[in-house]
Design a protein around this ligand. Sequence first.
Ligand code: OGA
Ligand code: MN
Length: 260
Amino acid sequence: MLFVQSFLNEKLAKFKQSAILADCELTRKHQTYNSEMLSQYIAHNLEEQLNKITEHGFCVMDDFMLQASILILADEISALNAVAHLHKAGTGKTQINLNEDLRGDSICWLNEANASVAQLVYFKQMEKLRVGLNEHLYLGLFALESHLALYPIGAGYKKHIDRFKIDTNIRKIDQAVRQVSCILYLNQDWLEEDGGHLRLYLNQADASLDIPPLPLPDITYLDIAPIGGRLVMFLSDTFYHEVLAATRNRASLTGWFLTR
Ligand code: OGA
Ligand code: MN
């Protein structure tokens, strides 16, 4: 009996070990695949950015701004946090439903009229992008709304979409809507193992969209690390996404280009 027991225990231990190894292997495979996948969506200049967003509906650009400006923006958000000038982000249409289970970041809306020098650099860079997007995609983007966001350790933002497809019958005339989401990360020396990835779902466009779905790759999402200076841009009504928890504070500057 004892023999059977120890035999079973040994078997169980071996099984557990192989399950752990299989898990590691899967993670490793995903990471390799993820970074290979990601590389085809990386743009190196404005023109590539516009071509990629036209083709795929999203793109990633590293060093969107000089590291010196990124550092200053990161300092600004830490300073705002230190003096309690960030407020808990809301969700939903009215932005007043506080739900920390859904979303754990604190934010500060930016206003170009009283922006800091580094924020003005950001606004200038985003204006170039807005003009380029209008020329390439004929979107008629007329404004940008942006906020700094800070996710404390362990906080995230559950799977969501930044805008649902508009029903033109119920949409009020002149109502501004989010068309393109842009997230600029402000984190120095971020490592893959720090977590905090933006998980972008690639094949779950809003079912009510009248554009054809994007070509399906054989993974359903991409994990994008929030590396300082990196800008991720995607069509707001097309991509579900979430923010995974991180082991460090995670800072970003998020902007949405709007149409009427
Ligand atoms: C958002 C959002 C993603 C990120 O603010 O709506 O999805 O990576 N942010 O910070
Ligand atoms: Mn979002």
